[in-house]
Design a protein around this ligand. Structure first.
Ligand code: F0G
Length: 378
């Protein structure tokens, strides 16, 4: 038996690590690709929809894939502290992997605008939390500035090792399906993850056996991913934003991003150019969803499939369902939606939108329990 020990060990030959690099790992990756059984019939279209449930990573989001790489390399390079700005998931992952490595984590989060579970994680894992009276974009700017003046390694997705770790999700999808999907849908904030997936699909398509020699690198001079032209069998990449935080739909930064999906409350994406290159090369598109649509998709997934993701994550499925209904994603397609974070991250938003959930207050008697059952059997 071989025990699964995380994605660096699993994909060591396809990542910028050596045979002797000590992996800082919590067993991240290897998440399930779950086929939806009820929702395709509900939307009345003949499509295969799979969800990649990244909420089952050790800290409950896809950020663990990037963080195992970023912290592994920071430690290898002798760093004693890491820093990030975050809407809550990056900070949770940074805090956990720093704890694992025995180094310090400093996390900048927008005061009052991160979900409760994520706040609990930063505190429990022992990060030093700097709550800023400002949004993610302001925090990101500060992190970039302070890194020149203090001995800290940035572990936001502008750290190139982050995307290297995150590209492994695409490897897993191809391995699970035996092919690339036709469409891969993701929620978009900074656009790091959609970029990382494209790198992963591209490397796999070019040379499934010798990834290390074919790394997909974004080249600003050509505005393309180097040496990767004319590769077949990659998905169209589709990125969904929350309407109040949709710089890719507005064509430029949004000064005051707002959305209930706080994870993607971002107005100035760091991987702006990369994401546009991804769209051009893959033939995909960006679209936006109202908060209400995001919440409906989140609840539908929970009620009809038994899968609980956080609001931002549901943007991928909500957008895909709309584009499938409209025929933009045609019947017969194989569609993968990434569920970036676990629903337990944000219990407040979940409870607030379930005001119509069946919840009875009863006496602790057999009679009243029985009545509760029988009155709800239809
Ligand atoms: N979904 C979730 C649950 C996220 O936490 C994030 C980003 C995204 C989607 C968007 O991914 O930025 O690569 O386009 N969260 C970051 C954070 C910003 O700080 O946790 P992206």
């Amino acid at each position: 038996a071989t025990r699964y020990t995380g994605l660096i060990d699993r994909y060591r030959d396809r990542l910028p690590v050596s045979a002797t690099t000590r992996a800082i790992s919590l067993g991240e990756g290897n998440t399930p690709l779950i086929k939806l059984e009820n929702i395709p019939a509900l939307i009345g279209k003949d499509v295969e929809i799979y969800v990649k449930y990244e909420g089952l990573n050790p800290t409950g989001s896809f950020k663990d894939r990037g963080m195992t790489m970023a912290v592994t390399k920071a430690v290898e390079d002798g760093s004693k502290a890491i820093i990030c700005a975050s809407t809550g998931n990056t900070s949770a992952a940074a805090a956990a992997y720093a704890a694992r490595a025995g180094i310090k984590a400093f996390v900048l989060i927008p005061e009052g605008k991160i979900a409760m579970g994520k706040m609990a994680q930063a505190m429990m894992y022992g990060a030093i939390t700097l709550q800023i009276r400002g949004n993610f974009d302001a925090g990101m700017q500060l992190v970039k500035e302070v890194a020149d003046q203090a001995p800290v390694t940035i572990v936001n997705s502008i750290n190139p090792y982050r995307l290297q770790g995150q590209k492994t999700a695409a490897f897993e999808v191809v391995e699970a399906l035996g092919r690339a999907p036709d469409f891969h849908c993701l929620p978009v904030g900074n656009a790091g993850n959609i970029t990382a997936h494209w790198m992963g699909y591209t490397e796999h398509a070019v040379d499934p056996l010798h990834y290390a020699s074919n790394r997909a690198v974004y080249d600003p001079s050509t505005d393309a991913f180097s040496g990767m032209a004319a590769v077949q069998s990659r998905p169209k990449m589709v990125g969904y934003q929350a309407a109040g935080s949709a710089p890719f739909l507005r064509g430029g930064p949004v000064a005051d991003p707002e959305t209930l999906a706080t994870a993607i409350r971002i107005g100035n994406p760091q991987s702006w150019k990369h994401a546009h290159a991804v769209m051009k090369e893959s033939g995909g598109w960006f679209d936006e969803l109202q908060d209400q649509e995001i919440l409906e998709a989140q609840r539908m997934l929970a009620m009809y499939e038994g899968i609980f993701c956080e609001p931002a994550s549901a943007a991928s499925l909500g957008g895909a369902m709309r584009d499938i209904k409209a025929g933009k994603i045609p019947e017969g397609s194989v569609v993968v939606c990434t569920l970036t974070g676990n629903g337990l991250k944000d219990p407040d938003t979940a409870i607030q939108q379930c005001s119509d959930a069946v919840m009875l207050g009863i006496d602790a008697t057999l009679e009243q329990v029985k009545a509760g059952i029988l009155s709800n059997m239809d």
